[in-house]
Design a protein. Structure first.
Length: 163
């Protein structure tokens, strides 16, 4: 038997839009900011991202640290819009400390895709988080790299729409 979208073990199953057709103006502005930091490179570095430049976007921003051996993802920073919508703050936790099973696998697949492509990806959907159903959410994942070769941090813009 295959698990459907309504199965509680498959609560996080986003649709992917590699064309970056943003609905949220906040996520669109974060994308434009990320693009201004490219400076001829495929990916900006974490040091290029200055919170002072984007104060109105910070509630919608998260920074995800990429661990390479073993592969793990850790929340380094989570904006207030995100923590308020979810009802908890995962700052400092690894994904596998908060999620398990298929939910963890689906979440990790999103971030693996960003690492693989070394390019931004937009995700959107109607998920259940913290046992609450939201009408929609939109997120974008922007790779950051100190070396220009390997993704070290993923800058995330996430907005829950029509809460």
């Amino acid at each position: 038997m295959t698990q459907g979208r309504d199965d509680p073990d498959r609560r996080f199953l986003p649709s992917i839009d590699a064309d970056l057709s943003f609905v949220s103006k906040n996520i669109g502005q974060l994308h434009e900011y990320w693009r201004t930091k490219l400076d001829g490179r495929q990916m900006p570095a974490r040091a290029d991202i200055d919170p002072i430049d984007i104060p109105k976007l910070l509630p919608y921003v998260a920074l995800i640290e990429v661990g390479w051996n073993p592969r793990r993802f850790r929340w380094r920073l989570i904006g207030t819009h995100i923590t308020t919508a979810l009802g908890y703050d995962s700052t400092g936790f690894h994904f596998d400390e908060r999620y398990s099973g298929q939910v963890l696998a689906d979440l990790m697949a999103v971030y693996e895709r960003v690492i693989e492509r070394k390019a931004p990806i937009r995700h959107f959907g109607k998920p259940t988080f913290a046992d609450q159903i939201y009408s929609e959410y939109e997120s974008a994942h922007f790779p950051l790299s100190e070396s220009g070769e390997r993704v070290d941090i993923i800058l995330v813009g996430l907005e829950f729409l029509r809460l």
